[in-house]
Ligand binder design. Structure first.
Ligand code: 1X8
Length: 318
């Protein structure tokens, strides 16, 4: 009896995994989260080990790179791509300032930048040439999406200098491209994407970079993984240096000299959000001076000298 049940389960897993893989690769519309796919895949591998005589030659476990979530080779970041602590109100921002004031004597400059609702990326240049692009992944290990990021027009293929460096930023789909893409998907009878972030994620997961080219993705860069290369001593100067190297940085940034000024900037962009050509989900506030950043330091997961103010979830459009 158990054998029959296992046989049925193997057939069920086979067809479900094939359906998920097809939706993921051919229709670029993931029907399940990677972890769900991986769990089903793992269950099938175990059942096939129990009944090797039932391993179908076209089983998804027999395909090269059969595991959907690893269509790309893995890249270990030279420097971890950290996350950010969150703030949800002025009180949280004041607490952030109080923690900084315990360490930094004298005035503190805050670099305020729009928090782009896209995917974090790392881009490496060797002697001024674009050589590698990767996703954040889990912060330590990402996926090599070099071919896809080369299709992002706003990422320069060569720099105006022979610098060897790694820059980080956010890849996103402009609102206008998102509307156009979903209109086309409707016409093609395909599922539409829920939001520009999902559309950007689905596009960067494409194994065929020609598809990425059509998706009109863009990017804002906001840091060098090795700021020493830029020869600057603050975040604001780093962004200006990235500008002069030909990178696209977000021009709405502002240096603020108090948390009250930061709060005004937060309110300003909560108002302006619908008028922007791209989605944002908050504001990133960083202590501007690099020496101050080093004094304040890091937790295991995130810098203590930065915080992400998250906008309240937008009311559903009535
Ligand atoms: N996770 C992170 O560290 C960041 C995430 C983001 C984001 N989504 N948009 C903009 C910035 C920025 N300008 O620093 C950062 S930093």
């Amino acid at each position: 009896m158990e054998k029959e049940q296992d046989k049925l389960r193997i057939d069920e897993l086979q067809s479900r995994l094939s359906q998920l893989a097809k939706a993921y690769y051919e229709e670029d519309q993931p029907l399940a989260e990677d972890h769900e796919y991986d769990a089903l895949y793992h269950e099938l591998v175990q059942l096939e080990e129990k009944y090797p005589e039932w391993v179908a030659s076209d089983s998804i476990t027999q395909r090269v790179g059969g595991d959907v979530s690893t269509g790309f080779t893995k890249i270990t970041h030279d420097y971890p791509m950290l996350s950010l602590g969150n703030a949800f109100n002025l009180e949280d921002l004041k607490a952030f300032e109080e923690r900084n004031k315990k360490i930094i004597t004298g005035p503190i400059e805050y670099m305020c930048e729009l928090k782009i609702d896209g995917l974090a990326i790392s881009v490496k240049y060797d002697n001024g040439k674009f050589v590698q692009g990767a996703t954040r992944g889990d912060g330590k290990v990402g996926e090599d999406i070099t071919g896809n990021l080369k299709m992002v027009q706003s990422l320069p293929k060569t720099l105006d200098s022979s610098l060897t460096m790694e820059v980080r930023g956010e890849c996103y789909m402009p609102k206008s491209s998102f509307v156009k893409l979903n209109e086309q998907r409707e016409l093609d009878g395909k599922e539409v994407f829920a939001n520009p972030r999902n559309a950007a994620a689905g596009s960067l997961r494409q194994l065929d970079s020609k598809v990425v080219k059509e998706r009109e993705l863009s990017a804002f860069l906001y840091a060098s993984a090795t700021p020493k290369e830029l020869g600057v001593t603050s975040q604001s100067a780093a962004l200006d240096a990235l500008d002069s190297l030909g990178f696209s940085t977000n021009q709405e940034r502002k240096i603020c000299y108090s948390i009250e000024e930061v709060w005004d900037y937060v309110q300003e962009f909560q108002e302006k959000r619908p008028t922007l050509g791209y989605e944002i989900d908050g504001i990133v506030i960083k202590v501007n001076n690099f020496e101050d950043q080093e004094k304040i330091g890091y937790t295991v997961k995130a810098p203590k000298w930065a915080i992400a103010y998250k906008f309240p979830a937008e009311e559903a459009e009535t």
